[in-house]
Design a protein around this ligand. Structure first.
Ligand code: KIV
Length: 292
């Protein structure tokens, strides 16, 4: 990152001056900075975020105008085939972050800090986040609320932009509450307190995962930083989906909050079967696929 990139990413040098074309306006695009996300919120423009773990999807989503790409620790499942996000390591995440960061011209790239790489102390969080920033991330994401405010503060004061993650937090829910809607009834207050603590600590946005729509709406209204919903209703400032769910690469059961926009898994499966059939039938390669 150059100095001016760094300043702009952190929203400090040009804050309040530079504007970006409204999301999806078709006007020339500039690299998305954190202050643009705040502008989207101010203008009431909902914006999308997708996960990405490799160069092709990063390039495709970047060109499609997705302003924020998350190299999520969901890579544990989608890339590495683990059953949960717990086992994935910094060493397994870093190559994915490098691939995505190298492949975008426009999107802000957020890297998830994996389980066990930041919880112990603000110093540990700073050490890990620094590795991700050196490998091309523009920001990092970590799970947890007020308990992690000091961690967020340590990163932000070192110039590392931080996205929070509240509600259902897969890294800490194993064996505790399971996969269920958070912040219902009395619990809505806790969510708001956690979100405020993250904002005060300097987080630039907060993901709300599987949170009741009314609680997410309240948090979105109360915070000056953007919220990004996943299973959190229509009132968040942005919406995020795991790309393999969104595009139907995984043909298995998807959570209720996922909308499938394609059936990429079926398409790939049909392509692989056709290729196999052609090879068996001697139809591939044809003369036009060879050299004299
Ligand atoms: O790891 C991930 O993909 C995430 C999203 C679900 C927000 O954290």
């Amino acid at each position: 990152m150059t100095m001016s990139d760094t300043e702009n990413t952190r929203g400090s040098a040009t804050e309040g001056q530079e504007t970006t074309a409204p999301y999806g306006s078709g006007q020339p695009r500039r690299r998305v900075r954190i202050h643009h996300l705040r502008e989207y919120k101010r203008r009431g423009e909902a914006w999308p975020m997708l996960t990405s773990y490799d160069t092709y999807t990063a390039r495709i989503f970047d060109r499609a105008g997705i302003p924020v790409l998350l190299v999520g620790d969901s890579a544990a499942n989608t890339v590495y085939g683990y059953e949960s996000s717990l086992p994935i390591t910094v060493e397994e995440m870093l190559p994915l972050v490098r691939a995505v960061a190298r492949s975008v011209e426009y999107a802000l790239v957020v890297a998830d800090l994996p389980f066990g790489s930041y919880q112990a102390s603000p110093e540990e969080a700073l050490h890990t986040a620094t590795r991700f920033m050196k490998d091309g991330a523009h920001a990092v994401k970590l799970e947890g609320g007020a308990r992690y405010a000091a961690h967020v503060e340590a990163l932000v004061s070192a110039g590392i932009p931080v996205m929070g993650h509240l509600g259902f937090t897969p890294q800490s829910e194993h064996g505790l509450g399971g996969y269920r809607v958070q912040a219902r009834g009395e619990r809505a207050r806790e969510l708001l307190d956690d979100a405020r603590a993250l904002q005060e600590a300097g987080a630039f946005a907060v993901v709300l995962e599987m949170v009741s729509a009314s609680a997410a709406k309240r948090v979105t209204e109360e915070l000056s930083i953007p919220t990004v919903g996943i299973g959190a209703g229509p009132d968040c400032d942005g919406q995020v989906l795991v790309w393999t769910d969104m595009a139907g690469l995984d043909t298995g059961h998807a959570p209720r909050f996922v909308k499938r926009y394609a059936e990429v898994g079926e398409t790939l499966s049909r392509a692989a079967s056709s290729f196999a059939e052609d090879v068996r039938d001697g139809k591939f390669p044809a003369p036009e696929h060879g050299f004299e």
